[in-house]
Design a protein around this ligand. Structure first.
Ligand code: URA
Length: 245
């Protein structure tokens, strides 16, 4: 069966579909010895020999899905130019090569999925699938109903306007507010920028949910494997029925 090259690469565990597209256009991929740089190219994964950066692809032995409670002070990538700890340092007992699904800032903690399943990564992270991510934030100052409306209407942040987002006020303290914020976009430092845009900079930020998958008591710095129904559920988020509540 012929399938798009980037889809097959993602299935083989190279990286997310989007990253695979970048690899193709950058000229790092060869099929049957010939460089392929166009994104429409189709391959037969049973027969064609696919090389990425000179290494021949073999199907990942098994798919691995990890749910990590990331602490502050770890970066969400495989390597850091400044030598800071990475989230992979927290899953050293996992011998399969996994990569993070999306990213959390160095100073954000909470729910992070790691996997070698590029197709699932694509389903969760591609903006067209609008997967909800919920964060608990402690923000400076007192938020009120005007902020709820501003989040609902979309906020001008740098050179874009955010999609409607849900702001829920959980607790008002003396000089700060504890809120839950649900967004389905995943732009760089988006929650921090949204809060700053309404005059309430973030003091701390924790991701607590992706769709219906929750942190639920998983200790900071520890991880568990996702269950089969959880994986099926995450796959369903990229499909027609998108049951996130
Ligand atoms: N929004 C942010 O500002 N930071 C994160 O880490 C995730 C979402």
């Amino acid at each position: 069966m012929l399938e798009r090259l980037q889809k097959v690469m993602a299935e083989f565990g190279v990286a997310s579909r989007r990253k695979c597209e970048e690899l193709i256009t950058s000229g790092a991929v060869r099929v049957n010895g010939i460089a392929v740089t166009t994104l429409g190219f189709k391959v037969d994964k049973e027969k064609d020999l696919i090389e990425v950066g000179g290494t021949l692809l073999k199907p990942a032995e098994k798919k691995v899905y990890i749910l990590l409670n990331k602490p502050v002070g770890y970066i969400t990538s495989a390597k850091d130019q400044f030598g800071r700890p990475t989230v992979l340092d927290l899953v050293k007992e996992v011998h399969d090569r996994v990569f993070p699904v999306g990213r959390l800032d160095y100073d954000t903690e909470g729910l992070l999925i790691l996997t070698n399943d590029g197709e699932l990564t694509y389903r969760i992270t591609h903006p067209k699938h609008q997967v909800n991510k919920t964060y608990t934030a402690v923000v400076t100052g007192i938020m009120d109903s005007r902020d709820i409306t501003a989040f609902q209407e979309g906020l001008a942040v740098e050179d874009y306007v955010t999609a409607p987002a849900k702001l829920e006020i959980l607790k008002t303290l003396k000089h700060s507010t504890v809120v839950n914020i649900t967004i389905h976009e995943g732009r760089n430092r988006q929650v921090r920028k949204m809060c700053a845009a309404v005059g309430h900079p973030v003091k701390s930020l924790t991701r607590i949910r992706i769709g219906q998958i929750r942190l639920d008591g998983l200790e900071r710095g520890t991880y568990r494997h996702l269950t089969e129904p959880e994986v099926q559920y995450l796959y369903s988020l990229g499909g027609e029925q998108n049951d996130q509540d």
